[in-house]
Design a binder for this molecule. Structure first.
Ligand code: FMN
Length: 144
């Protein structure tokens, strides 16, 4: 089945607390599971960077929910398009704390074609995202 991916950044809406963010991510994970979508939501306290991947119709319906959510604003799409396979199959959705510099570094990577390059010297956005997620994945916290 062809897989599509999508990445964007956005700014958190004023007043969204950690409880609300946990709730939002759980709601997203439930929906994404049904839609066959996996991915991750990085959050630095101010900005989100979300990466989602899955079947075309699943990604479309999830993105429609993302676009209408009032818990964030100033959404800037980084990239969207077909991918050869999933690079983030671990979670239907999960929010992961990140530094502001992580989100800058990932979003400024080369996202063309969602290419994977060299994990030791990451220049593509997907490699940079994968490097940030590696400790979480190695910690074995794969279900949420
Ligand atoms: C940053 C962010 C990421 C989201 N990611 C997803 C997602 O992956 N899947 C999904 O179904 N909904 C997603 N949503 C929608 C939320 O799960 C939830 O339905 C929505 O935020 C509730 O509406 P509100 O933000 O207007 O209160 C996301 C929302 C935001 C703000």
């Amino acid at each position: 089945m062809p897989i599509r991916a999508l990445a964007y950044t956005s700014q958190v809406a004023p007043g969204l607390g950690m409880d609300e963010l946990d709730h939002l991510a759980r709601d997203a994970a439930r929906f994404n599971l049904q839609a066959g979508v996996t991915g991750v939501l990085l959050f630095d306290g101010v900005r989100f960077l979300q990466y989602i991947e899955g079947p075309e119709d699943g990604v479309s319906v999830v993105y429609a929910r993302v676009l209408t959510a009032t818990s964030h604003f100033d959404l800037r799409e980084i990239a969207q398009g077909p991918v050869a396979g999933r690079c983030c199959p671990y979670w239907s959705m999960r929010w992961v704390p990140a530094d502001q510099s992580d989100i800058d570094f990932i979003s400024l990577g080369d996202w063309s074609g969602f290419r994977r390059g060299n994990a030791d010297a990451p220049s593509t956005g997907v490699d940079r995202l994968a490097n940030i997620l590696r400790p979480q994945i190695n910690a074995g916290s794969l279900s949420r």
